[in-house]
Unconditional design. Structure first.
Length: 265
């Protein structure tokens, strides 16, 4: 379980209870996402996942579509002491269904992440891979363990590698067609997807939030890519407008090299 950020969450569980935001049969209340990693800025959002045996029946929530039964999860946004809270309510049965979608048997049978998980389902697995439990610690630990033992890491890592490969091929085609600006953008895209794959292979998920990619890399510190080298490419430090093809070629080749360092298991 991730201890970072716990100090700022003092009193959150009690405030939820006072407001009637904890459903009957609650199994766990977890802070998830950036706040659970200690990344919550002043006035930033706190994201919570609440898992229970019975549904939350309060008002004011929006319904997030999922490919489960029931086919939606309520997500309630509110302001508490100047900070935005977003609480997403999951049923235990829905969690079991999500976990069943990412078994190793499915992946070994040729399954992919494409079309398997809805956005909300993928975000649940991503965030519950490193939750900060405010209640139901043992339940949260078991959920984290099951995600870690599933094929989720392999599924999303493979997807990022495939996206990187497509961007690399696109960069080559654009250079051949002398469409250099498009080749530069394709190379930048390839870099992003490659770094995502490298991080995901180390169970640091978050490719749907590229704005946090640099922070994730700095914290995870994969041996294959020092932060300084990544940041030089990301900020295009060696880019020469007179010879842009050289920058594209260099970045694309580095992405190819890094792809060989990504472990899928």
């Amino acid at each position: 379980m991730t201890p970072a950020g716990s100090a700022g969450l003092t009193g959150c569980l009690e405030e939820m209870d006072r407001r009637g935001l904890i459903p009957d049969g609650c199994l766990a209340v977890c802070c998830v996402g950036p706040a659970a990693r200690g990344w919550a800025d002043e006035g930033g959002t706190y994201d919570f996942h609440v898992v229970s045996t019975g549904p939350w029946t309060g008002e004011g929530a929006r319904a997030l579509p999922v490919r489960l039964s029931p086919a939606e999860v309520p997500s309630l946004a509110l302001s508490v002491a100047g900070r935005r809270w977003e609480i997403t309510y999951w049923l235990e049965g829905q969690v079991r269904q999500v976990l069943a979608k990412v078994t190793r048997e499915r992946f070994e049978g040729g399954g992919t992440a494409v079309g398997v998980l809805s956005d909300a389902e993928e975000l649940f697995l991503e965030r519950m891979s490193a939750p900060l439990a405010l209640s139901g610690t043992e339940w949260a630990k078991e959920c984290e363990r099951r995600i870690g033992g599933s094929a989720f890491r392999a599924l999303v890592t493979t997807r990022s590698l495939a996206a990187a490969d497509r961007a690399i091929e696109d960069a080559g085609r654009r250079l051949a067609a002398r469409d250099v600006p498009s080749a530069v953008l394709a190379a930048r895209s390839a870099l992003g997807h490659t770094v995502d794959a490298l991080l995901e292979s180390e169970s640091d998920f978050g490719s749907r939030a590229p704005r946090r990619r640099a922070r994730r890399l700095r914290e995870t510190r994969p041996r294959a890519l020092p932060f300084g080298e990544y940041w030089a490419m990301e900020t295009m430090r060696s880019y020469d407008p007179a010879r842009p093809e050289e920058w594209v070629t260099t970045v694309v080749q580095r992405c190819r090299d890094l792809a060989f360092e990504v472990e899928i298991s």
